[in-house]
Design a protein around this ligand. Structure first.
Ligand SMILES: CC(=O)N[C@H]1[C@@H](OP(=O)(O)OP(=O)(O)OC[C@H]2O[C@@H](n3ccc(=O)[nH]c3=O)[C@H](O)[C@@H]2O)O[C@H](CO)[C@H](O)[C@@H]1O
Ligand SMILES: [Mn+2]
Length: 324
């Protein structure tokens, strides 16, 4: 079919109009749906080109959050009107209760400021939980858990306890969840740029290493096994998060595999951290946080890390753990 020369411009105009309308409708879909925001985030809210000294996108196009790749005001303006509640789990079993005060006080200054935050503190010593002034919209629940005489058991059992607490209450009380190590402090903003469906952090000890150096579980007998030629990043066990339901599945699967291994008298190289790494290899995170979000005080700051946001304190392992 041929158009006469005076019809053609109208057809073109109509086509352009339809595209504009679709873009407009799509835009409103996006702002009213948290799920879609994740796709929106990776394309629009994060500018991968602003940093040329670090890789700020994964091969599956999830943002890797580094200082300078996002506009904090813009991201907050999108998330704050949603009135989200962020669950934050932290375990302080045995002598680790001593880390709670600094953890909570610094979280109040830097962590998800302006959002509703519900801390879930798991401890065997409820009387030793410090009373910290919480700002408006922030709550703390203390949940009693048993102590164990092996630190590996305490650390790994977090998966089971988070799973059952999500079932019991968190799924009704929060939208997102972060599961954090207690022996740490916040030093700078940790905000809505960290929100996503499934969020993991690159371990500060391995972000400059190639995958053959990653301390994944290498024994095929373990359900956490990762072969030498597989793996994207080495993720830290001290932080994982996301939508409550996505983290629920993660904890359920990791718990099951940890128990299956235990039944076969095998414990993965780095307990739940090994299971987490295996899970995330086949269930890719929708957002990856740079080591800004998990540093270690004993490690000198490197030039790529412009801001240290959360860092593990130096501790005397022999003194704080029930076993060595
Ligand atoms: C930086 C980082 O990625 N850290 C991980 C690493 O060593 P870490 O040396 O950071 O492990 P850790 O001793 O801090 O133990 C992990 C967490 O378990 C809790 N806890 C542990 C022992 C105890 O007696 N009481 C207690 O409450 C506490 O919340 C602590 O923060 O490897 C562990 C493997 O198991 C975990 O994956 C940690 O998250
Ligand atoms: Mn730790």
């Amino acid at each position: 079919m041929r158009f006469s020369s005076n019809v053609k411009p109208y057809v073109l105009l109509l086509i352009v109009g339809i595209f504009l309308l679709l873009g407009y409708v799509n835009h409103f879909d996006i702002t009213s749906n948290t799920d879609a925001i994740i796709g929106y985030e990776s394309r629009t809210l994060f500018c991968f080109c602003r940093r040329t000294d670090v890789v700020s996108v994964t091969p599956w196009l999830a943002p890797i959050v580094w200082e300078g790749t996002y506009d904090p005001v813009l991201i907050d303006n999108i998330y704050k009107p949603m009135k989200l509640t962020i669950a934050t789990t932290v375990f302080a079993v045995g002598k680790y209760v001593r880390f709670l005060q600094d953890f909570l006080e610094t979280a109040e200054k830097h962590f998800m400021v302006g959002f509703n935050v519900h801390y879930y503190v798991f401890t065997d010593r409820p009387d030793d939980v410090p009373s910290v002034n919480l700002t408006q919209g922030r709550h703390l629940s203390v949940i009693q858990v048993p102590v164990s005489n092996r630190w590996q058991e305490i650390s790994a059992r977090r998966m089971e306890i988070i799973q059952t607490t999500i079932e019991r209450q968190i799924r009704r009380e929060a939208d997102y969840i972060f599961c954090l190590d207690v022996d740490s402090k916040f030093h700078a903003r940790w905000g809505s740029e960290s929100l996503g469906r499934l969020v993991a952090v690159i371990h500060p000890g391995y972000y400059e290493q190639t995958r053959d150096h990653f301390p994944y579980e290498r024994r095929p007998a373990s359900t956490a096994y990762i072969p030498m030629d597989e793996g994207d990043y080495y993720y830290g066990g001290a932080m994982f998060g996301g939508f409550v339901e996505d983290v629920y599945t993660l904890t359920k699967v990791c718990r099951k595999r940890f128990e299956e291994d235990a039944g076969n008298s095998i414990e993965a190289a780095w307990q739940e951290e090994s299971h987490l790494n295996r899970y995330l290899l086949y269930n890719k995170p929708s957002k990856v946080l740079s080591p800004e979000y998990l540093w270690q005080d004993f490690k000198a700051q490197t030039k790529e890390v412009k801001v240290i946001r959360f860092s593990g304190v130096i501790k005397n392992y022999a003194e704080v753990r029930p076993n060595v």
